[in-house]
Each structure stands twice: as structure tokens, then as C-alpha cells.
Ligand binder design. Structure first.
Ligand SMILES: [Zn+2]
Length: 137
């Protein structure tokens, strides 16, 4: 049984989408549900589930695509900034298992508050950093 990837179907042009920009490796289109003014999706054309399995080349190319699309949102919609969101794995609320980035154009006084509001939880920062920081001695 193969699982159909809706984003791969859009890349193959077997599913309709409002394509805004593309190059050989990446594509940008409007999501079915545009969450905010000018919200778009940017993804690699090659099926890759998430950042954990993407290779460096995938990420280099998608970074270039994110810059190109951000500049389009600035020049065509008058955005003064962008937020770029990405989720990897179900635990991080990834909804489509094809690496993708949400690009949200921002405008002065747009009243969007897109910075996460984390629940107050206690954790041992020193213990976490002990696991993360590489020691060179
Ligand atoms: Zn796919």
C-alpha cells in the first residue's frame, strides 16, 4: 500500500494548486486554507519527510527558495517582514509528511502575535545544557 502525498501530487501537477513560484528544486503555493494575508507554503519538490531525513543539499536549496519567496512577498504584497514556520514529526504538529515551511508576510500593526506562548513548566536548564553543549577538553 502506498500513501499518497498531497504535496507530491501538486508537484506532479495531478492536484491543483495556486503556484506562486518554483524553480527546479522547490515550489511555493498557496495553502488550501490561507491562515493570514499572503500566507504561502514553500517545499522541496523531492519528497522528503522532514529535517531529520533531509540531506544538506535539500536544506540549502530550500533556504534559497525561502529567500526568493520572502522577497516576492515583500515586493508584491508590501510585506515589511516575514515569519517562517516549520514542523518536523507528528510530535511537533507536522500535518503533511513532506517537509514544508509556512511563510507568513508581516506588516506594521498587522496585530498578529505568532510567537509561541509556552506553558509554564519547570525544568533543569543546567541539566539540559549539560546534555547539549559539546565540551572540547
Ligand atoms: Zn511528498
Amino acid at each position: 500500500m502506498s500513501i499518497i502525498c498531497i504535496f507530491c501530487e501538486i508537484v506532479k501537477n495531478t492536484e491543483p494548486a495556486d503556484i506562486i513560484w518554483e524553480d527546479r528544486y522547490s515550489i511555493c503555493f498557496a495553502p488550501l486554507k490561507m491562515e493570514s494575508f499572503g500566507h504561502v507554503l514553500v517545499l522541496p519538490k523531492r519528497h522528503v519527510k522532514d529535517i531529520f531525513v533531509a540531506d544538506k543539499s535539500d536544506l540549502t536549496k530550500i533556504a534559497g527558495a525561502l529567500k526568493a519567496v520572502s522577497k516576492i512577498l515583500k515586493s508584491k504584497l508590501g510585506a515589511t517582514g516575514v515569519n517562517i514556520f516549520n514542523a518536523n514529526d507528528h510530535s511537533a504538529q507536522q500535518s503533511v509528511n513532506h517537509l514544508h515551511f509556512h511563510v507568513i508576510p508581516r506588516f506594521p500593526d498587522d496585530k498578529l502575535d505568532l510567537w509561541p506562548h509556552f506553558p509554564k513548566k519547570k525544568f533543569d536548564k543546567k541539566q539540559i545544557l549539560k546534555s547539549l553543549i559539546k565540551k572540547y577538553d
